[in-house]
Design a protein around this ligand. Structure first.
Ligand code: NIG
Ligand code: FE
Length: 421
């Protein structure tokens, strides 16, 4: 067999080999490191991962791209499994309010926050949204991200804007090397029109929007902002049950700010992931463990909202819940595309080990998007989504924080990003 791309002499090859499923505490310890590793690809797929030299069954010729991993750390492409990628405008005007200590939910209740991004997204053309999101995707790719989840949710009751966001994500998925998995999140805020009768808006989401999104095949998942003053537990349940009937996978913004019982609901509904969990209860965490719901943690949001509280990552792991980590990239609660910074936060603030962190942004991120059979680890027959970090080891990437350690990104067997020297 002829290899089309080979990375050889890799000082620290982190394969994440093992079962194609979300990993829990014990299984997060061994990340399948190989010293003096070598990896060979044929087309978009991995054909060999090992130590030292290639076996004689794998040939190379003058067309084979050969990269050198001396002094480098090589990992699977990173997966950012929770973002609000496609949106109009920005919200730096909220900084002054934040510095005065005005809470996020108060800004939202006063018609700002998500509502101001809804206005900006409605006003933006398809092209404007496309190029703004593309710029963010380029940044994500440069930080080693090869798969991104992208939510709608800045149209809310204006369904054409919801569709516009999902169509932009679809087009970018076709045009851009980074893969995009779409989530329908019409239930992101209560539109002012339905302030006094939110159940009418829930009816519209359930009876009209979800069937139409499903019919157009525009979203793999459905998500709800289950929060005090936003969607209640009962409303969230109704929406997610409808989404399930239409074949969508389920996600939930659960217990982000107030302990509403989102973790319990995510377990009850067998959600693929429950995200945020800053205020999740002990009971909710235990129920998630029983059902195998992935905890998608977003420490950048705690940091940026300045709420002084982070999800209890160690407790969550010790209860047997698998953890994924994401940016939550959005213009309000977490305006950053930098997943490496989130990895440092997760370790330094939430006390996750480097092994737990890399598992959370690779195979566990893949599992939270239903992609664990395709990406998230470096093994035979998986896609050749690979990052070469200019770093001697994993600890270094996390320790030397706030900068970009990526040297090269390979997506489906092709070099798609190289750091300019
Ligand atoms: O995950 N909480 C709801 N959604 C986002 C924030 C969106 C926004 O503020 O625009 C989040 O925090
Ligand atoms: Fe979010």
């Amino acid at each position: 067999m002829k290899a089309t791309l080979v990375i050889k002499n890799i000082d620290n090859l982190i394969t994440l080999r093992g079962e194609n499923k979300a990993r829990t505490l014990e299984d997060m310890k061994d990340v399948g490191s190989i010293k003096n590793g070598i990896i060979a690809l044929k087309g978009e797929k991995i054909i060999y991962v090992g130590e030292g030299e290639l076996p004689s069954s794998i040939r190379i010729d003058e067309n084979t791209v050969i990269l050198c991993g001396k002094g480098k750390t090589v990992t699977p492409g990173l997966i950012d499994s929770h973002t609000h990628l496609v949106h109009g405008g920005s919200r730096e005007n909220e900084l002054a309010m934040k510095l005065k200590g005005i809470p996020y939910l108060d800004i939202l209740a006063a018609g700002g926050g998500i509502h101001s991004t809804v206005r900006a997204t409605k006003e933006a053309t398809f092209e404007e949204l496309y190029y703004k999101a593309k710029k963010s995707l380029d940044i994500m790719l440069s930080y080693g991200v090869t798969t991104v989840e992208a939510k709608s949710g800045y149209g809310i009751d204006d369904f054409s804007t919801e569709l516009k966001q999902l169509e932009v994500a679809k087009k970018l998925n076709e045009d851009h090397p980074v893969d995009i998995i779409s989530t329908f999140m019409g239930a992101h805020a209560i539109p002012s029109k339905y302030k006094n009768n939110p159940d009418v808006f829930v009816d519209i989401i359930v009876e009209d929007m979800i069937p139409k999104v499903a019919e157009r095949n525009l979203a793999k998942f459905c998500d709800v902002f289950c929060e005090e003053g936003v969607f209640s537990i009962d409303q969230s349940r109704r929406i997610l049950q409808a989404a399930k009937e239409y074949g969508m996978g389920l996600k939930l913004h659960a217990d982000e700010i107030k302990p509403l019982g989102g973790a319990e609901l995510a377990a009850e509904l067998n959600c693929t992931s429950a995200d945020h969990l800053i205020a999740a209860s002990d009971k909710g965490i235990k129920e998630m463990a029983k059902k195998g719901v992935i905890a998608n943690l977003l420490p950048g949001t705690s940091f940026n909202l300045q709420i002084g509280k982070y999800a209890r990552a160690r407790k969550i792991l010790e209860e047997g819940v698998p953890i994924a980590l994401s940016t939550d990239y959005n213009p309000g609660s977490c305006p950053t595309e930098n997943l490496q910074l989130i990895m440092s936060f997760a370790s330094l603030i939430m006390k996750l080990t480097p092994e737990e962190v890399i598992t959370a942004v690779t195979i566990n991120g893949a599992a939270s998007l239903g992609l664990e059979d395709k990406v998230g680890s470096l093994e035979m027959d998986k896609l050749g989504d690979i990052v070469i970090f200019d770093a001697p080891n994993l600890e270094y990437i996390i320790y030397h924080f706030g900068i970009n350690h990526v040297e090269t990104v390979i997506k489906e067997g092709k070099v798609v990003y190289e750091k300019k020297l």
